[in-house]
Write a protein that binds this ligand. Structure first.
Ligand code: FES
Length: 111
């Protein structure tokens, strides 16, 4: 199983193919996912310190391009854990001041 290292949190084994936002959520990574994982809010943003996926969904590319953020960060709701990764959650729920992180994203990548 791939290893997911979450900066400042720890290292976890994750079932290959798990949606990254879900893997973060289930391992105390505290990602926000205000749009429910539909590549709209960008609150699930992460920085890859290692193992950034080469593949990018059309939805992620289009959202990042529209905000001039291509290359600045990735959307964890649009990535899956296919190999070892080391990520930093850029907008953790506990630092957000929000009452909830957002609706739980589906297990598969949407939209
Ligand atoms: S863009 Fe909203 S949860 Fe990923």
């Amino acid at each position: 199983m791939p290893k997911l290292k979450i900066e400042g949190v720890g290292e976890f084994e994750v079932l290959k193919g798990t949606r990254l936002v879900t893997a973060l959520e289930d391992n105390k990574g505290e990602p926000l996912h205000r749009c429910g994982g539909h590549a709209r809010c960008t609150t699930c943003r992460v920085e890859f310190l290692k193992g950034e996926p080469e593949h990018m969904t059309d939805a992620e590319k289009s959202k990042l391009e529209s905000q001039n953020n291509l290359g600045a960060f990735r959307l964890s709701c649009q990535c899956s854990v296919e190999h070892d990764m080391h990520v930093k959650v850029l907008m953790p729920f506990s630092q957000s001041g929000l009452s909830d992180p957002g609706p739980r994203p589906e297990d598969h990548i949407t939209p």
